[in-house]
Design a protein around this ligand. Structure first.
Ligand code: ME8
Length: 529
């Protein structure tokens, strides 16, 4: 039976247009999903939007629109952005979708019927922008520990979820399933900051917030936006709906990939809810670091906006989806924070995409055209040390790439392994000097072998690359007539069809004049301000 793989992004708030930060998680998930398809798995990749709560209602009001009018426009923009970035999701869930609303009500009722939810009075500290309740001990200098803004005292009749009952089970979970939450530093944070000090019961309804899912048996209460949002991971598969076949097929999730600021919700509240519902837990939660813009998580800060162009809606059409995907996937060691800058982005396009991959493909294709009329040559005796070395390095890179993704979802290192193949192949050209071989008729077989080895490197590297940079790799895959691109075909050289003619390819990545680009982008930016 085909192995299944279910991966999710957070569902983002459409209270503002999606940023490069949202693109970061989504591109990573898309690449991991695509990679698992290459591994032959039956993949389900879900993303979506978190559409309830005060912040959304406020944004709609500020835009003088009804909530749904406002949301529909924001979601159209979000979907357009995902299309531009070649995000190939299987499902886009909106928490305003009818089936989701009904399923959340069912989940709430079931938790109530089982005694995990009870009615009481809430008194506490609430951060309006984050829609998070905090205990006094969690505040930092009296302010929200996430956004550092003021919190308010809140008192109202409310329902509570018995989160306090799950501390020991969560500690057991982290101990028995060391892969549940990654990286390991996040486990330490959860234990030290939240579980060891003692979990409080969680207030899970609001009477003052109207834009949300009402409790069906007590409709003046609106379900807390995080209960509504976290449930998406199962309701999107049909849990709580008539057709729950996808839930049966794909749950538990293989991984929820999220930013580190929302690990608390995914590694404490979400498993507790699932335990209460008697539903298996996701296999992994991965809390990645932040993409920082001038040292800041938000690309909106003033210092950033004046000098940097961070709008993916400008960058993608100008430099291609692959270029933007590349910087997001490659620059930041997965799990840590990392700085983004336009200059870094443009330099990466030149060094890795144009000079390394693009150059390898264009040199190889033009030599093939010049010396062999674009026909894939046979290979003869590849026992020369340089050939053996090349073949071994490629095989190692293929294994490394898979290991990085499978053990740690480390897209950055996986992509670096793929580029290792291209670097090796470029060096192979320097050493074997095919242009010299072409001048000596007695070296014809050797020239065939060298060209064939280069084409095989391109085939193998490009199939791996197709998980990360789908557009440029598709062009190369098509021109080499690679019919199916599965991982099992990457273990060996000489899988291309000898005698077949390759199609011409244009330039994959033109070299950029970095200074000129920086200037033009700054101008575009100042026009926008
Ligand atoms: O938190 N660097 O939605 P959100 C890296 N609706 N990742 C970033 C980022 C950055 N600078 N900026 C945003 C929510 N992200 C809730 C989630 S899930 C049940 C509910 C990514 O719109 C990262 O994945 O604030 C982060 O966790 C997410 O966007 C926050 O999106």
């Amino acid at each position: 039976m085909t192995e299944k793989f279910y991966i999710t992004t957070p569902i983002y708030y459409p209270s503002r247009k999606f940023t490069l930060g949202n693109c970061y998680t989504t591109v990573i998930c898309d690449s991991i999903a695509r990679f698992n398809k290459i591994l032959g798995k039956d993949v389900f990749f879900m993303t979506g939007t978190d559409e309830h709560g005060q912040k959304i209602a406020q944004s709609a009001k500020a835009a003088s629109k009804s909530e749904m009018e406002y949301l529909d426009e924001m979601i159209a923009d979000a979907k357009e952005l995902w299309k531009m970035l070649k995000i190939d999701y299987d499902k886009f869930i909106r928490t305003t979708d009818d089936y989701h609303v009904k399923a959340v009500q069912k989940i709430f009722r079931e938790l109530y019927d089982k005694g995990y939810i009870y009615k009481s009075t809430y008194k506490g500290k609430y951060c309006v922008p984050c829609e998070s309740f905090w205990t006094e001990s969690q505040l930092v200098d009296g302010k929200c520990p996430d956004c550092h803004r003021d919190v308010i005292d809140q008192e109202e009749e409310a329902y509570f979820f018995k989160l306090s009952a799950f501390g020991d089970r969560l500690l057991e979970l982290y101990k028995n399933e060391p892969d549940f939450l990654k990286p390991q530093s996040r486990v330490n944070e959860m234990v030290t900051n939240f579980i060891k000090p003692g979990l409080s019961d969680l207030c899970v309804t609001r009477t003052s917030v109207k834009w949300g899912v009402p409790v069906d048996f007590d409709p003046k209460h609106t379900i807390y936006v995080w209960i509504d949002a976290l449930s998406n991971y199962i309701t999107g598969l049909g849990y709580g709906s008539d057709d729950d076949s996808n839930f049966k097929k794909y749950w538990p999730a293989d991984v929820h990939i999220i930013g580190k600021e929302i690990v608390r919700f995914h590694a404490i509240i979400w498993p507790a809810i699932l335990m209460a519902l008697d539903i298996p837990l996701p296999k992994r939660v991965f809390g990645h670091g932040w993409l920082l813009f001038g040292g800041d998580k938000l690309s909106k800060s003033k210092s950033v906006a004046s000098t940097e162009c961070v709008d993916p809606r400008i960058l993608v059409p100008r430099y291609s989806s692959d270029a933007v995907r590349y910087i997001l996937l490659r620059e930041i060691p997965f799990g840590s924070d990392g700085n983004y800058s336009t200059e870094l982005f443009l330099n990466y396009v030149n060094s890795d995409l144009a000079n390394n991959y693009g150059n390898l493909v264009s040199r190889t294709f033009s030599m093939l055209k010049k010396y062999r009329e674009s026909v894939i040559p046979n290979h003869y005796n590849s026992e020369e040390e340089i050939d053996v070395d090349l073949i071994n390095s490629v095989k190692k890179a293929v294994i490394d790439c898979k290991e990085y993704i499978e053990t740690n979802f480390d897209v950055s290192k996986a992509l670096a392994s793929v580029f290792e193949i291209f670097s090796k192949a470029n060096k192979y050209i320097e050493v074997t000097e095919p242009y010299r071989l072409a001048k000596d008729e007695t070296k014809s077989n050797r020239l065939d072998t060298v060209l064939r080895n280069l084409l095989e490197c391109i085939r193998i590297g490009t199939v791996l690359l197709s998980a990360f940079l789908p557009d440029c790799s598709k062009k190369v895959i098509d021109s080499l007539h690679i019919e199916k691109s599965l991982y099992e075909d990457l273990n060996e050289f000489y899988k291309l069809k000898t005698g077949e003619k390759v199609e011409e390819l244009g330039i994959l990545f033109p070299r950029l004049d970095v200074e000129k680009e920086l200037q033009e982008l700054a101008e575009i930016n100042s026009e926008k301000l």
